[in-house]
Write a protein that binds this ligand. Structure first.
Ligand code: ADP
Ligand code: MG
Length: 488
């Protein structure tokens, strides 16, 4: 694959290329855990959602949750991946206080989903494909709490046994920007599918970030893996820090050691957690309590038929049917709620105008308020009424912006605001001509200059007429009438 030279990192000894592969843990949206009926809701009191299976009481047996399997298959289909008709659950053995069984049930050699792909949308409007290596189902572990007591650590098993999808990418990304785009797109697909809520603050989506550096054209370098990073911004910071650290190390005559590292969000740096020599030997073996998971063709095709329109297809449709450019279309489909809002707004209206008001003006207000589109104080129907007043020439573009600000703050309709504030635009030619006559009469010198060929003065005249109308004259009409009057 050819690479954009701008992706290379310039260093004292020449350019370097950064290589990134991500292992994402996505919590499956499901009311119950992967192998037990215990609840999964976020924020419950510690150990309120722990079944005997999750606590690994002797003699308890796991029973697979069909919903979690469906969710994994849907996600695989959404990533255009191979769905494996037979997959196997293995025990991954290690000791940790938050893992009562002494092993995690995961999938190793035979995952439920194989190779797939994901298109990332870059800031310049282009797209690039990133390979998906695999997706497997596994259990989450519990959580050790070290801040509840001065001398003891506590364990909360609410998360123990919750279904996770581990989604592994190929080492196909070459910059922090691309890794950010990958995570945003993956999160969008999961949310469209309803298979993971994508909430990074609550830990529903977290990434292990593998980073190495190499000279352009050379084979892959030794990688470091930064564990459990829980925001896109932190992933990007970790990559930038790690790439710089590795380049400096090699340029100093050293070499990168394969390590697991931790990201410290306070300093924006990474530090060693363990080296490859200390890596676990998990002694994987098939879980004797679980049969291989076999999926029928009908089960898979049924799920395939139930998939919603996904972001790439929606983006292509917006470009094809509504003549939007790639950049606008990808912004609009990034969140399903935004796409739905946009479709309601653009219905029967100019799509480009709708896109601009949504992603420019309304997003600006939402950012200011720290709100998402789902909590927008102005509904698509209400914003639509504003656009209709604008298109009909009843208010000026300038006034429309003020009206929107007022709608956001007061929750009132556009019509009500326009009426109470007297913002209705003057589109009556007689009224505007009257104003033009006054301006012309009061500025004989400028009229002379204009008529002598100083045409850029037209803009100044329009400004004077707008001012005289206190911003209410229809500027296009003022422009047209001025042109006529000044010519005569
Ligand atoms: P493990 O399971 O031991 O962590 P894998 O070979 O499955 O190892 O790789 C895990 C992740 O590391 C994948 O996302 C892969 O793309 C990425 N990766 C592998 N080699 C490199 C490399 N040289 N540089 C960056 N990422 C890499
Ligand atoms: Mg790994």
């Amino acid at each position: 694959m050819s690479r954009d030279a701008s992706k290379l990192v310039a260093a004292a000894s020449g350019p370097w290329e950064v290589v990134i592969g991500l292992e994402v843990h996505a919590q499956v949206t499901s009311a119950a855990k992967l192998f037990s009926g215990a609840a999964t809701a976020f924020g419950a009191a510690p150990n309120a959602q722990v079944s005997l299976v999750d606590a690994a009481m002797p003699g308890m047996l796991p029973v697979i949750n069909r919903v979690c399997v469906e969710q994994a298959v849907k996600t695989g289909l959404g990533l255009a991946a191979e769905i494996n008709r037979v997959s196997v659950f293995d025990r991954k053995n290690y000791f940790y206080p938050d893992l009562p069984a002494g092993y995690q049930i995961s999938q190793y050699k035979q995952p439920i989903v194989g190779k797939g792909r994901l298109l990332i949308d870059l800031a310049d409007g282009t797209t690039r494909e990133v390979g998906i290596t695999r997706l497997h189902l596994e259990q989450d572990a519990g959580k050790s709490l070290h801040d509840q007591h001065p001398r003891h650590s506590y364990v909360d098993l609410n998360r123990a046994g919750v279904a996770l999808m581990e989604i592994v990418s190929e080492p196909d990304m070459r910059s922090a920007e691309e890794a950010g785009a990958y995570l945003r797109k993956l999160r969008a697909i999961l949310r469209y599918l309803g298979t993971c809520d994508g909430n990074m603050e609550e830990g529903s989506l977290r990434a292990d970030v593998n980073v190495s550096v190499r000279r352009p054209g050379e084979g892959y370098g030794t990688r470091c893996e930064i564990k459990n990073v829980n925001s896109i911004r932190f992933v990007q910071q970790a990559i930038d820090y790690e790439a710089k650290r590795q380049i400096a190390l090699i340029e100093d005559g050293g070499s990168v050691k394969q390590q697991t590292r931790l990201f410290d969000s306070r300093t924006g740096s990474t530090r060693e957690m363990r080296s490859k020599e200390e890596a676990h030997d998990y002694r994987y073996f098939p879980d004797p309590d679980l049969l291989p998971l076999e999926l029928s063709e009908a089960f898979i095709s049924g799920l395939s038929a139930s998939l919603p329109e996904l972001p790439d297809a929606k983006k292509a449709r917006f470009m094809r049917e509504l003549a939007l450019n790639a950049y606008d279309a990808s912004v609009l489909v990034a969140e399903k709620e935004t796409a739905d809002y946009f479709e309601a707004l653009a219905q029967g209206r100019d799509a480009k105008v709708a896109a601009n008001w949504l992603t420019g003006d309304l997003f600006g207000h939402l950012n200011r308020l720290g709100k998402g589109i789902a909590d927008s104080p102005v509904s698509a129907a209400r914003l639509g009424e504003l656009l209709d007043l604008l298109t009909a020439g009843s208010i000026s573009g300038r006034a429309a912006k003020d009206v929107l600000a007022e709608m956001v703050d007061s929750g009132q309709s556009a019509k009500a605001i326009v009426e109470t504030k007297g913002l209705t635009q003057v589109s009556d030619s007689d009224a505007i001509e009257g104003l033009i006559d006054e301006v012309i009469a009061g500025n004989a010198d400028k009229v002379g200059q204009y008529r002598a060929g100083k045409e850029p003065l037209l803009g100044w005249f329009v400004g004077q007429v707008m001012k005289a109308s206190r911003g209410k004259a229809n500027p296009a009409l003022a422009n047209e009438l001025l042109r006529k009057k000044l010519a005569s």
